[in-house]
Design a protein around this ligand. Structure first.
Ligand code: NAP
Ligand code: F7E
Length: 362
């Protein structure tokens, strides 16, 4: 039975990759951090699976990595752990550099120092943010990098150190240059999930307005569940190589927003420009979306669109499994149910409190 170690197992991609590898018959090991709340929402449904194991560690702690990697001796490592929020990287640049840059080096060294150079294959979660202030559209494996945030600069080190270890020590290590990929498990402060949750709350009377930053930013959005397959395919390849993982299609934040509200039953139209732009409900005339400078970044990446030809032809990966409309729809449907459940729970709690007060229930 093959053994895989996933760092960042509690994140969006880690949870989907765990399910994917368990289905393939792997023994899956995951690294988790201690947190004050122990409920790991995205992987709670697989905890208890006989081939699913969790270990405490941290990308900032070399000894924990040496210990985990030395003990498990995995056939494959998927390094998904990162401080992954671009805007947050402007607030915590040093932590971001330590985890997203030096953390990659720590993994590579742990594999080398425990004598697993020839037996362990490594996938590094790289990013389209490396193209940053883009130098060509669409972006391919040969497009020059121009990182444009502390996050992207840290990830660029991760990309280059993986390449360096591949050439210096002949390690099987490679980077997937993944473009934005979303899902119903996406963190709630990334723009897509922030929009789908707000659309669901506004449609059900739980929120008045949504405040966003740059509505004109363009992204190539895919579905996370489809993208984890490509990570695995990269490690089954004959040679370690880096690949762009993208859909090849581009949409603006504004388009995402209009479509999400549409699936929540609200038709929006946008009026005005820049900070004065508003998203208005065509039926009621209510302003539901406003622009706020709080969500503008010191430097923003505005024109991402990947060319997945290499992954399609060399790995046989299909980027068109889940289209843009389907992705937005599935996220909104999930959030509509989530908010409806929360409403129902609140109602039950209020009723129960009333009954307890009146002594109806003891
Ligand atoms: P995510 O949901 O933010 O998950 C990040 C994971 O990293 C979480 O499990 C988190 O643990 C863990 N982590 C953070 N700091 C850590 C540390 N110091 N030590 C150990 N673990 C740590 O991210 P994602 O969307 O799944 O993305 C996975 C990877 O792909 C990341 O490296 C991200 O930068 C990269 N990426 C993502 C996208 C995308 O669109 N999703 C695109 C390109 C690249 P906690 O749960 O304890 O916080
Ligand atoms: O922003 C704009 C924002 O935070 C997308 C990470 O997974 O993908 C992700 O990074 C765009 C940006 O993702 C809001 O300015 C407008 O232009 O959803 P995001 P990201 O920065 O692209 C890459 C590939 C990664 O590697 C990262 O790990 O949307 N935007 N208004 C907003 N963004 C946010 N978060 N919130 C807003 O209110």
């Amino acid at each position: 039975m093959k053994k895989a170690l996933i760092t960042g197992i509690s994140g969006q991609d880690g949870s989907y990759l765990s399910e994917f590898l368990l289905d393939k018959g792997y023994d899956v090991h995951g690294m988790i951090r201690r947190s004050s709340v122990d409920y790991r929402e995205r992987i709670a449904h697989i905890e208890g699976h006989p081939h699913f194991h969790l270990h405490y560690g941290d990308l900032g702690d070399s000894m924990s990595l040496l210990n985990i990697i030395g003990k498990i001796r995995p056939d494959e490592i998927y390094n998904l752990a990162a401080q992954s929020h671009v805007q947050v990287s402007f607030d915590v640049p040093e932590f971001t550099a330590d985890v997203d840059a030096v953390g990659v080096l720590r993994i590579l060294e742990a594999v080398r120092l425990t004598g697993q150079v020839k037996t362990c294959r490594i996938y590094q979660a790289s990013t389209s943010e490396l193209y940053g202030k883009v130098e060509e559209v669409p972006q391919t494996e040969t497009t020059p990098f121009h990182p444009y945030s502390p996050y992207a600069v840290a990830k660029q080190y991760g990309f280059w150190i993986v390449k360096e270890y591949r050439e210096a020590y002949h390690m099987f290590c490679c980077s997937g240059i993944l473009f934005n990929h979303e899902s119903e498990r996406r963190g709630e402060t990334f723009v897509t999930r922030k929009i789908t949750l707000a659309a669901a709350r506004i449609a059900q009377g739980r929120q008045d307005k949504l405040r966003l930053g740059n509505l004109s930013a363009l992204r190539d959005w895919g579905y996370a569940r489809d993208y984890v397959e490509c990570m695995w395919l990269m490690l089954q390849n004959d040679k370690p190589q880096d690949y762009v993982i993208a859909t090849g299609r581009q949409h603006s934040v504004r388009e995402f927003c209009m479509l999400a509200f549409h699936y929540a039953g609200i038709e929006l139209e946008f009026q005005g420009v820049g900070i004065e732009e508003k998203g208005i409900d065509k039926n009621s005339g209510r302003i539901l979306v406003e622009v706020s400078s709080d969500f503008y970044r010191p430097t923003d990446v505005v024109n991402l669109c990947g060319d997945p030809t290499k992954a399609m032809t060399e790995l046989g990966w299909d980027p068109s499994k889940t289209g843009f409309e389907e992705l937005v729809k599935l996220m909104v449907e999930y959030d509509m149910k989530k908010i409806a459940m929360e409403k129902a729970e609140t109602k039950i709690r209020v009723n129960l409190e009333e009954y307890l007060e009146k002594g109806v229930v003891k």
